[in-house]
Write a protein that binds this ligand. Structure first.
Ligand code: COA
Length: 189
């Protein structure tokens, strides 16, 4: 496995995190629109802790949630990448693909473009057999990314997120999967 993977797409650079990402990452984590389908806004401290956790994930796994930079401008716009869910569910242990972008960066196809590069890394470099993704049922934008990259959902896989309490409006989650064999067979991948 590559120790410090950095990925490039036609418009994006997926790289390890830097000190100057902390401020814009905290800003997007405090934006009510960005966190609408997540467990709520993060404080600066929580946002910084998340970067630390992500970086530890790179060391442990050889992949992670890459900081996402627009190549043309060098602007940090969020993250996309692979991680291992820490909670137990019917589909774990697993590797999850996920994304979180600043509101100003939505609507450009960046999440989808970065996700394809992360999937390539997961299947071709990390030799994963399957990648999953999950989100609150109502998170239509995130589900659209999953569908654009060829992931499929079986309603029988839907689950209650174990870290959200009973009655929490975001508790019910959908699970999408993509197996290496299916991805290899996708024409328009
Ligand atoms: C989920 C999230 C990353 C999706 O962002 P997004 O901008 O909708 O997704 P993409 O980056 O793939 O962009 C797709 C859109 O860009 C448009 N687009 C514009 N130019 C494009 C281009 N050159 N190539 C591809 N798509 C392009 C597409 O038509 C599509 O628009 P639409 O939404 O009107 O159909 C974003 O909403 C987000 O960060 N949400 C908050 C965090 C979150 O919920 N994360 C998931 C938790 S599980």
């Amino acid at each position: 496995m590559v120790a410090e993977p950095e990925l490039r797409t036609s418009r994006l650079r997926l790289r390890r995190w830097r000190e100057d990402d902390h401020e814009p990452f905290a800003r997007l984590n405090a934006d009510p629109e960005v966190v609408e389908c997540l467990a709520g806004p993060l404080t600066r401290r929580e946002s910084d802790d998340l970067i630390e956790k992500i970086e530890a994930g790179f060391e442990a796994n050889g992949f992670g949630l890459w900081a996402l930079e627009v190549s043309a401008t060098g602007e940090f716009v969020g993250f996309t990448g692979l991680s291992r869910p820490a909670f137990k569910a019917h589909f774990t242990p697993a590797v999850e693909i996920g994304w979180r972008l600043a509101r100003s960066a939505w609507g450009n196809g960046y999440a989808t473009e970065a996700a394809r590069a992360a999937l390539d890394f997961g299947f071709d470099q990390a030799q994963l057999e399957e990648v999953v993704s999950f989100t609150a049922v109502a998170n239509a934008r995130s589900r659209a990314v999953m569908e654009r990259i060829g992931m499929t959902r079986d309603p029988a896989d839907d689950f209650d997120h174990p870290e959200l309490s009973a009655g929490h409006p975001l508790r019910r989650h959908v699970l999408y999967r993509l197996a290496r064999a299916r991805r290899n067979a996708l024409d328009a991948y």
